[in-house]
Write a protein that binds this ligand. Structure first.
Ligand SMILES: Nc1nc2c(c(=O)[nH]1)N(C=O)[C@@H](CNc1ccc(C(=O)N[C@@H](CCC(=O)O)C(=O)O)cc1)CN2
Ligand SMILES: Nc1ncnc2c1ncn2[C@@H]1O[C@H](COP(=O)(O)OP(=O)(O)OP(=O)(O)O)[C@@H](O)[C@H]1O
Length: 203
């Protein structure tokens, strides 16, 4: 595919890739999730991390949750992205434990409820995490990414363009979400790597 230059091309590609992953059967999804997590477990960015964010999948997204028992065993603190209230489309990262009270957000994604997230000791800004597992709609061989189009991760990770602490960013997606090349926008925050059910591409 040629590189894409227009917003309408980007929207069409996003729609196409979302259809691709939604067409996977439950069996294919489970297999892909297990393969993904086997690859993730080999990454140094995961091995050295003490605080990791995952996400709860929707719309055919690859499921990173099979990693959870492994992380818990290693005493890694696990966080989920939460739509930050009263703030323009940015994310907080909230502790995910077996007793964390959950609600559906406006996109139908389960997230820790507001009373829980509002307590400071239960959340972190993205810069305080060691590694973020970032859900993707599309990626290319250079680990460029395309998300849901809300700009949530890009906005929440804008600090990556400045000096200071920087977490590792690992994108994850189904192998069928890889394209030849994606346009890079000025606000895009580069990932270290993208991991799929079929392996890992590095920047
Ligand atoms: N599982 C998961 N959780 C996540 C994300 C994600 O991509 N996946 N996010 C990553 O950013 C944030 C939520 N961002 C989202 C952005 C757009 C849509 C979405 O479905 N948009 C619809 C329009 C819906 C509407 O406007 O009401 C669409 O694109 O059709 C969903 C989540 C935080 N949590
Ligand atoms: N740092 C930022 N500050 C303000 N707006 C931003 C920032 N980053 C992205 N945006 C806005 O978010 C919108 C969506 O961006 P884009 O299409 O790149 O989303 P995306 O690749 O799906 O990323 P994400 O996974 O973060 O949603 C764009 O209109 C862009 O202007």
């Amino acid at each position: 595919m040629e590189s894409l230059h227009h917003d309408s091309d980007k929207r069409a590609l996003r729609r196409f890739l979302r259809h691709q992953r939604q067409a996977l059967s439950q069996h294919e999804q489970r297999l892909a999730a297990n393969h993904l997590c086997q690859h993730l477990k080999t990454l140094p960015e995961i091995h050295r991390a003490r605080r990791v964010s995952l996400y709860l999948p929707i719309n055919g997204e690859i499921d990173p949750m099979p990693l959870l028992p492994w992380l818990r065993k290693r005493k890694v603190e696990v966080y989920l992205p939460v739509l930050r209230p009263f703030s323009m489309n940015t994310l907080w990262f909230v502790t995910y434990r077996p007793d964390t009270p959950m609600v559906k957000n406006r996109f139908g994604i389960w997230e820790p409820d507001l009373r829980f997230s509002a307590q400071r000791q239960n959340r972190l800004p993205a810069w305080a995490l060691d590694t973020l597992i970032v859900p993707l709609v599309g990626f290319d061989a250079n680990a460029n990414r395309m998300g849901m189009g809300g700009g949530f991760y890009d906005r929440s990770l804008a600090f990556m363009h400045h000096p200071g602490p920087k977490p590792s960013l690992i994108g994850v997606a189904h192998a069928c979400q890889q394209v030849v090349s994606l346009p890079v926008e000025p606000w895009d925050v580069p990932l270290q790597a993208v991991v799929s059910d079929q392996g890992c591409v590095r920047r």
